[in-house]
Design a protein around this ligand. Structure first.
Ligand code: SF4
Ligand code: FES
Length: 255
């Protein structure tokens, strides 16, 4: 059975480089199979632009199976588009109607400057992780991991928090451009495991202070981050992060 095809109008943010003005440019994506992913549709548009000698639309992607966190853009004003719990690369064109107009923009946040078109610089996330999102104490070898009991509820919660792929949709969706969901997922993941315990307080202080230094906003509990997160990370992680940070500060733990 042949796949259904649709034709959609696109309004795509084109910006030649950082610190240069951008604008929405109109394109038509013709005869797009509804079995295509959203990024495959952009690939088709780009092939047409290349054939005409025009600059293709720049966007990030890598795994295209929802696990790496490289992709992401605002689709009709929603981070990663209309399907809950779905990355841009896993969104399919069957979700759109023939003749529909789709507005495609980059993440917009001061801490995520646009590099080109739909690509933004998310190295601020790398610096938050570098500030403390790791375990540097000796925790033994592989056999020791099997010998340290972890309560099932804690291991499940840690695993759920570890599912964060660092895509940045939470920041893009937040009216304050806060990075609390991302940072709290990393802090919670490590705080719940015995191996993360020795550096738990210093980690919370360092990561939260780096998050603030990067220029992300504060959390006002809107919940927009949770609503768009492709990995369904809950905002209860943010409460955990605030407890971790506050306890460390009360104890006088410095960076
Ligand atoms: S918390 Fe969710 S939305 Fe934010 S970076 Fe992680 S996976 Fe992406
Ligand atoms: S390209 Fe890896 S999550 Fe989308």
């Amino acid at each position: 059975m042949s796949a259904k095809t649709i034709t959609v109008s696109l309004k795509v943010w084109r910006q030649p480089a950082k610190d240069q003005p951008g604008r929405l440019v109109d394109y038509v994506a013709r005869d797009i199979s509804t079995d295509m992913s959203f990024l495959e549709m952009l690939d088709v548009v780009n092939e047409g632009l290349i054939r005409k000698g025009e600059d293709p639309i720049a966007f990030d992607s890598d795994c295209r199976e929802g696990i790496c966190g490289a992709c992401g853009c605002m689709i009709n004003g929603v981070a990663h588009g209309p399907d809950p719990g779905t990355t841009t690369c896993q969104l399919h064109m069957r979700r759109f109607n023939n003749g529909e107009t789709i507005v495609i923009e980059p993440w917009r946040a001061k801490a995520f400057p646009v590099l080109k078109d739909l690509m933004v610089d998310r190295s601020a996330f790398d610096r938050i992780v570098a500030a403390g999102g790791y375990i540097s104490v000796s925790i033994g070898g592989a056999q020791d991991a099997n010998g340290i009991p972890v309560p099932k509820a804690d291991s499940d919660h840690a695993m759920d928090s570890a599912a964060c792929i660092g895509c940045g949709a939470c920041v893009a969706a937040c009216k304050n451009a806060a990075a609390h969901l991302f940072t709290s997922a990393k802090i919670t993941h490590l705080a719940l495991l015995p191996q993360g315990g020795p550096e738990r307080e210093r980690r919370a202080v360092r990561m939260v202070e780096q998050m603030e230094a990067e220029g992300f906003g504060n959390c006002s509990n809107e919940g927009e981050c949770e609503a768009v997160c492709p990995k369904l990370i809950p905002i209860s992680n943010i409460a955990k992060m605030v407890r971790e940070y506050t306890r460390a500060v009360w104890k006088g733990v410095g960076v």
